[in-house]
Design a protein. Structure first.
Length: 364
């Protein structure tokens, strides 16, 4: 049987890596594309979820981090830094350990989930809580890397985008062609940038860095639909949001680094970038866990929230193949599952005899 070797080795002919490079990998990528029966039935489409929570640190960030950390090691770096709402820091902390580098993470004041923070702690990152939001953290991280001997592993590093574009390759390899639509959350806008690059590269002849021309794999590119949280929707508003607010802390970002690239993905694909409210995000979050069997963190549900919103407005497609990237694992931020479950969150307590358990279950 074939064992998945991580995105660099699987897609080496399409990534800017030298043969002589030491590859830093935790076996990321190769995540399942899961058919979503309830969303498909509800909307009249073939809907699939790209379940990125199955990556080694539980989010899509690992696809970019294997590339960024490989670049860091091969450039002789000794230390890396990132700003993060939590998932990037968890990923950077883990990959830095394999690379033998020290890692500093800048996180916003008080708005990072316990699951993510515990990962950075477990992997021994130096955690700096900055008195500000993600945008402030990224600003400081950039300046730090420009003025001190630390290597920046945020998605402003082009290696990150290169790694993350493999998500599209996997979708096409699985489905046999590109889907009609691709939906995903938008925060700092690196992932929509990366997916669009991947789809474009897979649908045309691609000249790689060895000078080989690779034949197209897909016959088309999808329409890209991106969704920001309503309280943190600068691309929708057309200007930066100074104080972004949303329960979806992963995408609580007011001035995305890849803003222009995200707009290019939207416009070149004939797509859209819109806002979904926190209530719509939480409804989709619960839909995914209670109806599809897929547990994600709140921000990860923004794409599904967008599809449901369009379906109800009568503006969703029908009869199409739709892929939704669900970006991070539900265990990252489990409190929302408990909060959303109401009485269902409290276990029924009984004694240790079969009849009591059968009674509690309504069995006769
Ligand atoms: N979903 C999750 C779970 C995320 O963690 C992020 C970004 C996004 C979606 C948005 O992706 O930024 O590429 O548009 N999290 C970053 C972090 C900001 O620091 O972990 P994007």
């Amino acid at each position: 049987a074939h064992q998945w070797r991580g995105v660099i080795r699987e897609y080496i002919d399409r990534l800017p890596v030298e043969d002589s490079d030491t590859i830093v990998t935790l076996g990321e990528g190769g995540t399942p594309l899961v058919f979503a029966p309830a969303l498909s039935a509800e909307t009249g489409n073939q809907v699939y979820l790209k379940v990125e929570g199955m990556n080694p640190t539980g989010s899509f960030k690992d696809r970019g981090m294997t590339m960024a950390m490989t670049a860091a090691v091969n450039s002789g770096a000794k230390a890396v830094v990132c700003a993060s709402t939590g998932n990037t820091s968890a990923s950077a902390a883990a990959y830095a350990k394999q690379a033998g580098l020290t890692c500093a993470v800048l996180v916003p004041d008080g708005k990072i989930s316990m699951g993510k923070l515990s990962q950075a702690v477990a992997h021994g990152a130096k955690i700096i809580q900055v008195d500000g939001n993600f945008d402030n953290c990224l600003d400081v991280a950039r300046k730090l890397s420009e003025n001190y001997p630390v290597f920046l592993v945020n998605s402003v590093n082009p290696a990150r985008i290169e790694g993350q574009k493999t998500g599209s390759f996997e979708v096409v390899d699985f489905l046999g062609d590109a889907p009609d639509y691709h939906l995903l959350p938008v925060g700092n806008a690196g992932n929509i940038t990366a997916y669009w690059r991947g789809y474009k590269e897979y649908s045309t002849e691609f000249v790689n860095q060895q000078g080989q021309t690779l034949a197209p794999v897909a016959t088309k590119t999808p329409i890209m639909w991106g969704f920001q949280a309503a309280g943190a929707a600068p691309i929708v508003a057309g200007h930066p949001v100074l104080e972004p607010e949303t329960i979806a802390t992963a995408i609580r970002i007011g001035n995305p680094a890849s803003w222009q690239q995200a707009e290019a993905a939207r416009d070149e694909s004939g797509g859209l970038i819109e806002a979904v409210s926190d209530d719509e995000i939480l409804e989709a979050h619960r839909w995914l866990s209670s109806r599809e069997g897929v547990f994600v963190e709140p921000a990860s549900a923004a794409g599904a929230a967008g599809l449901l919103k369009h379906h109800r407005a009568g503006t969703a497609p029908t009869g199409k193949t739709i892929v939704i990237t669900v970006t991070g694992h539900g265990l990252k931020d489990p409190e929302w599952a408990i909060k959303g479950a109401g009485e269902g969150a409290t276990p029924v307590q009984v004694g240790f005899d079969v009849v009591s358990v059968a009674d509690a279950l309504g069995l006769k």
